[in-house]
Design a protein around this ligand. Sequence first.
Ligand code: ADP
Ligand code: MG
Ligand code: MG
Length: 443
Amino acid sequence: MTTDLAAFAQEKGVKYFMISFTDLFGGQRAKLVPAQAIADMQEDGAGFAGFATWLDLTPAHPDMLAVPDPSSVIQLPWKPEVAWVAADCVMEGEDVAQAPRNVLRRLIKEAADEGLHVKTGIEAEFFLLTPDGEEISDPFDTAEKPCYDQQAVMRRYDVVREICDYMLELGWGPYQNDHEDANGQFEMNWEFDDALSTADKHSFFKFMTKSVAEKHGYRATFMPKPVEGLTGNGCHAHISVWDAAGKDARTNVFAADKGEGQIAELGLSEQGGWFLGGIMKHASALAAITNPTVNSYKRINAPRTMSGATWAPNTVTWTGNNRTHMVRVPGPGRFELRLPDGAVNPYLLQAVIIAAGLSGIRSKADPGPRHDIDMYAEGHTITDAPKLPLNMLDALRFYDKDDGLKAMMGEEFSDAYLKMKEQEWNSFVNHFSRWEKDNTLDI
Ligand code: ADP
Ligand code: MG
Ligand code: MG
């Protein structure tokens, strides 16, 4: 693990460091710092005017310092003279409480204090579009059921292979790449890791995918529903909890021998069931984080897409190995949260999973009944499960009402997030849309 960035630069021939932090809206912000200046920056941090980013800071606040976490450093495989390093936001010697990576670090510590170490793997789907973002980059990618399309994935082999090669080089353990369920959509999978590492990798993956796509003359987008009528970009999270972090982990505390009962039958432990209970209990509120944009709700509440399914949930239900529910337990010792979408903030995704899951373990939350049905065909028969929020405002209101989740995420974070997101919603509703004219001009 790297601890001295100046030595890293010398050893690897790095000329510039990209000191990067992520704001509340998921924007990655960076300063390019020459290697010569990195030793001081590693100690003091790089200075930013916080107000200029989405962190709910004012112009009167003192300088915010982004202090690089050297354990996260990655030499850009496509531009080896530059290295990216995730940074933690500090102001006057204190962590900025609402900064997403700080929220996550605090929750990881809280869980670790109780002997719990969350590990997750994410599936960050994306589309390759033309540079103006208007069309799917491949004009021949028009099949009605394009999932796993062999010919179409090979037409974008140069992009997919380049990204996968880089993940191999970085030691992420990538293991499969495919064309996904929408025309122009792809998924690349790598191995699960500690929540903070997965969040850093998730951020870097987005940066890398966009950069490689640009290099090839395309535009990569993780937007939840970038093309009307086609399946959207999900960002499923697979979750388990271990006895220790990193390579010291020996026991998956979510795993149990199969026994009797709706949880044990699936090879999930009692603690796994409670963690799941926490996710179920807070689901409608945590959607404000996992599905953070106006566009997110075009995926959640989507009518069936051209391929015949939406692959996105609209009700708070869980089940065994069945992809029509919000939570799927694909096998023993882990579960998959299928709610998050491509707009999710990589740090807040991990943070809200830990926040909801930890509160579930503490309160021994019951996940409720398992529903072993096809939700697309029979979802209407379920009357005992809450519906997910219908739009971003609905989600923000659910979040605001969930005092338990707000406290776990931190009051400063929750206040700042709600304030920034409400402003965003107001900006959206103030926008005069074509739909209004088309539908109400003659009323
Ligand atoms: P699917 O498409 O079937 O949902 P993928 O293979 O695309 O699954 O992604 C599965 C993700 O789950 C990968 O990132 C994988 O490393 C991760 N994963 C597997 N086992 C665990 C586990 N025990 N805990 C957390 N994540 C896991
Ligand atoms: Mg997958
Ligand atoms: Mg999945």
